[in-house]
Design a protein around this ligand. Structure first.
Ligand SMILES: *Cc1c(COP(=O)(O)O)cnc(C)c1O
Length: 373
């Protein structure tokens, strides 16, 4: 049996261990210390334009804190892209609010601006103006930043940019992670860079960064007597974990070009097959190509290919199952055009880890090619 090819395996650079060793040597084995500060400034320098990073235990925690900071609470409504990983949406429930789902556009697979506008008009007519919009850069592809943010501005609703999959992507040469009132990054094991588990909340000014740190450390008031006036959380990133992040930031640009090369390889090898189409970059969009996704002509074809790859010890996955089709969310108001369901049924994510070799890629594409004869 050939060795297993994973969808998106962690890819260490070697630098991580040095930062971890330093933390042990200096006994910064805590959720505070030089690696936490260093990782945050690495992220801030990378994103530039008014980005203030708070390193956290997960991307999910970052979304939760963004909602708390925007004062989203009980019975509020929050607009969310239906096509996503469930972590984008669950925090809406943590604060007692209700997600309202918006379907995708075909160009980016992300939130359809027309449906967003329709939904906002409809919710407002019902007397329930949404408190926030969670927009998502899925698979590394930026959403339609210009239109989504114009609409959000027109209706005066803040945007949480879920960039968990899109560190290194950009729209109109501006990095993803800089567009939201708050933006969210994830460093889970499968992401473009990883700290094994972790995330960051990106605020637009220092004051909100300080509020995020305050909430992430149990909202302890200054002074030594453990006074609390606000409900807080234990969400800070460990200084050990942040050391992995600092090592990974040194190779982020390499990881982006490796993933983009993988996408291009699939594209060159498979574009001639009529039953396969690709999620291509519209003009002014730059994707980190976190996962390379293809769209098959039918669901059967997609399942066949997934099964054959699996028999050959190669991991692939259907694209995210939309939230409005999930048992936990299918009774929520949804504004649907059918695109996300179609993408779910016919979409396939191919192995995309930056550590894949040319031999791995040949193995994968030759199996897909032989399926089509
Ligand atoms: C991974 C991911 C998250 C959550 O990040 P964690 O660090 O795993 O909590 C949120 N949204 C999207 C779109 C993701 O892919």
């Amino acid at each position: 049996m050939n060795s297993k090819i994973y969808l998106s395996a962690p890819h260490m650079s070697g630098y991580e261990q040095e930062f971890i060793n330093e933390a042990f040597k200096t006994n910064w084995v805590a959720p505070v210390g030089p690696n936490v500060n260093g990782f945050e400034s690495d992220l801030e320098n990378y994103l530039k334009s008014s980005s203030y990073a708070t390193a956290l235990s997960s991307g999910t925690a970052a979304i939760h804190l963004a909602l708390v900071l925007l004062d989203v609470g009980k019975n509020d409504e929050v607009i969310c892209q239906t096509k996503t990983f469930v972590a984008s949406v669950n925090p809406v429930n943590y604060v007692g609010a209700k997600p309202i789902f918006i379907d995708s556009e075909t160009e980016t697979w992300n939130m359809c601006p027309d449906l967003l506008e329709k939904a906002l008009q409809d919710r407002i007519k019902q007397g329930k103006k949404p408190k926030a919009i969670i927009a998502i850069n899925l698979y590394g592809m930026p959403y339609n930043v210009k239109r989504i943010h114009t609409i959000a501005k027109d209706y005066n609703i803040p945007v949480i940019e879920d960039s968990a999959e899109a560190l290194g992507s950009s729209y109109n040469n501006q990095p993803c992670g800089t567009f939201g009132d708050y933006s969210v990054l994830s460093f889970n094991g499968n992401k473009i860079i990883t700290t094994s588990g972790g995330g960051a909340l990106i605020s637009r000014d220092q004051t909100n960064k300080e509020k995020a740190i305050f909430l992430a450390t149990q909202a302890k008031e200054s002074g030594l007597d453990y006074s609390h006036k606000t409900i807080g959380y234990n969400y800070r990133m460990s200084n050990i974990i942040a050391g992995i992040g600092r090592g990974q930031m040194k190779v982020l640009n390499k990881r982006i070009s490796a993933r983009r090369k993988i996408y291009n390889y699939y594209y060159q090898q498979l574009k001639h097959i009529n039953s396969i189409s690709f999620l291509q970059e519209p003009e002014d969009y730059f994707s980190n190509r976190w996962l390379s996704c293809i769209l098959l002509e039918t669901e059967t074809m997609r399942n066949d290919i997934m099964n054959i790859l699996n028999e050959n010890n190669i991991e692939s996955r259907p694209s995210w199952k939309p939230m409005h089709l999930q048992e936990i969310y299918n009774n929520h108001p949804s504004y649907i055009n059918g695109v996300s369901e179609e993408l779910y049924k016919k979409g396939l994510c191919l192995p995309s880890g930056s550590g894949l070799t040319e031999t791995d890629l040949e193995r994968i594409t030759s199996i897909i090619k032989s399926y089509f004869g």
